[in-house]
Design a protein around this ligand. Structure first.
Ligand SMILES: NC(=O)c1ncn([C@@H]2O[C@H](COP(=O)(O)O)[C@@H](O)[C@H]2O)c1NC=O
Length: 510
């Protein structure tokens, strides 16, 4: 390879620390070439800089849309230093070789967060910078690409001590740079899809970029390392107002509580979660009465659980909740007095204020088979008035029917929920046979099963569950229907005079 002046191209939007880096490079004998804004900045800091226009023979044109996009710039980055044909081209076209590229991009993400219009978004799409970064990352075997100011120190240290940036560091920086451009493009795709009101929920390619939002102490178990990632343009929908740090399992449990809150919709209600499974759900005239109702379903399981509330938590509710041990309280908000009351009595209790309006349309779940994508929609209310009934209609049981149905939808399949007086009295969750779920629910409810509403998240494959319900004096059954033996199930209900509402929609949770 021919000898050449060592050269660094610096073109940065975020100029923090770049003068120190340029100074280090200059001291190590590098010529600095920069785009105009960066060149001016460095000159103001007393550095001698060559303008990119001087190297390319072209000024910035189209109001800065084209600044560094030129063969004499990109050729100097992309030429393979041990490839005769590349070197011959470089020689022939008098292209100066570039050994270090320092570049960070137009702040598209920040602009998009400010809810910019489509025109602003478009003007903030960096083209030249991405090209410089990709070119340098592609040629990492000869060229160093630096995209993160936090790496300036390492680069200068290695150049000073080793004479060049080591191949190991160049590889690491190239991968980091490629992750930066990939993430940048996915953020642009996301923001432009929204601004253009793109309606295709399931495009052939779904670019996702994830940024680390928090390091977690460990995962589900201490032998599993873990972290929380978020999509860059989506602000985290929650704020933690108090208590210990959130763990991996806390996040899963809190999410189940949020689902419970969303299922209850605009009603004043409470859900209690244990290990992502509901062990109580109720609606009431106010939060304390809804909480009492939910708690009475299974007080033993509720200990150390997660409480989800559908309304802002006030001081009275806080005082009541603080008298027992829970891990997390999730609600759309907390009054200042409520936060104080919790802090005084339960300083470690995690308080999560969750913005229910910030919801994704799509839920992505990573599996060993690939990412599953589905619309994030909650089980709708059963059609109590217009639905398909067997036997007499029971309008007075509407609230109980709703709570039983929503609790069954939140519980894992096979799920059976029993509700009475606006509160569940049993929630059987995660059973592998439906009849066992019915049997457990009735046993758990004991005397309270009598007169309650039973909801099933899936159809009854046999009429055996109806026989158990009849023995327990169940007042009303809700189930989706759809079994081969629907007629036998109906006949059993008629025989035992239990009215049944066929919801015609399944409410599985797996
Ligand atoms: N148009 C181009 O050729 C171009 N080349 C580099 N940039 C970006 O311009 C910024 C630096 O510009 P300046 O040095 O003029 O402040 C950097 O964020 C860099 O990524 C460009 N801007 C947008 O594409």
């Amino acid at each position: 390879m021919r000898d050449h002046v060592r050269r660094a191209l610096i073109s940065v939007f975020d100029k923090s620390g770049v003068e120190e880096l340029a100074k280090g490079l200059h001291e190590a004998g590098y010529e600095i070439v920069s785009s105009s804004g960066t060149a001016n900045y460095l000159k103001e800091h007393g550095l001698s800089v060559r303008e990119i226009a001087d190297l390319s023979g072209y000024p910035h044109i189209l109001g800065g849309r084209v600044k560094t996009l030129h063969p004499s710039v990109l050729g100097g980055i992309l030429a393979r230093r041990d490839f005769d044909a590349d070197l011959a081209d470089v020689e022939k076209w008098n292209i100066p070789l570039i050994d270090v590229v320092v570049c960070n991009l137009y702040p598209f993400e920040e602009v998009a967060k400010r809810k910019a219009d489509l025109g602003d978004l478009i003007e903030n799409i960096d083209i030249g910078g991405v090209t410089l970064i990709r070119a340098a990352a592609k040629n990492y075997r000869y060229v160093t690409i630096v995209t993160d100011p936090r790496d300036y120190g390492t680069v200068i240290e290695e150049i000073k001590s080793l004479g060049n940036v080591s191949i190991k560091t160049r590889q690491r920086l190239a991968l980091k740079a490629l992750a930066a451009t990939a993430s940048y493009d996915s953020i642009i795709h996301f923001a432009l899809s929204k601004a253009m009101k793109e309606e295709d929920l399931f495009p052939d390619v779904y670019p996702v970029s994830l940024k680390k939002a928090a390091s977690l102490r460990y995962g589900e178990n201490p032998y599993q390392r873990a972290a929380l990632y978020a999509q860059p343009l989506q602000k985290l929908p929650f704020k933690q107002l108090g208590g210990s740090e959130l763990s991996y399992n806390n996040i899963l449990d809190a999410e189940a509580a949020v689902k419970g809150i969303l299922l209850l919709g605009d009603r004043t209600g409470c859900v209690i979660i244990k290990h992502t499974t509901p062990c109580g759900m109720a609606i009431g005239k106010d939060l304390p009465s809804a909480y009492e109702g939910a708690l009475a379903c299974d007080p033993l399981s509720a200990y150390g659980g997660i409480i989800g509330l559908t309304r802002e938590v006030d001081k009275d509710t806080a005082v009541k909740l603080a008298s027992k041990f829970y891990e997390i309280i999730v609600a759309p908000g907390f009054s200042t007095e409520a936060v104080e009351a919790f802090k005084e009595k339960r300083p470690n209790l995690r308080l999560i204020s969750f913005d229910l309006s910030k919801r994704d349309e799509l839920r992505l779940t990573k599996t060993a088979f690939g990412f599953l994508a589905q619309e994030d929609v909650m089980a709708p209310d059963p059609d109590f008035e217009g639905g398909e009934w067997t036997g007499e209609r029971r309008p007075e049981l509407k609230d109980d029917a709703l709570v039983a149905w929503k609790a069954a939808a939140l519980a894992k399949s096979n799920a059976i929920a029993l509700a009475k007086d606006g509160a569940t009295v049993a929630i059987a969750s995660g059973f592998t046979s439906r009849v066992d779920a019915v049997e457990w629910a009735v046993r758990h409810a004991g005397q309270k099963a009598k007169g309650s509403v039973l909801a099933s998240d899936g159809f009854f494959p046999f009429p055996d569950s109806i026989e158990i319900a009849a023995r327990a004096d169940i007042a009303l059954i809700l189930q989706p229907g759809g079994s081969k033996r629907d007629e036998e199930v109906k006949e059993a209900c008629i025989k035992h005079r239990i009215p049944m509402l066929v919801t015609k929609m399944r409410a599985f949770r797996h």
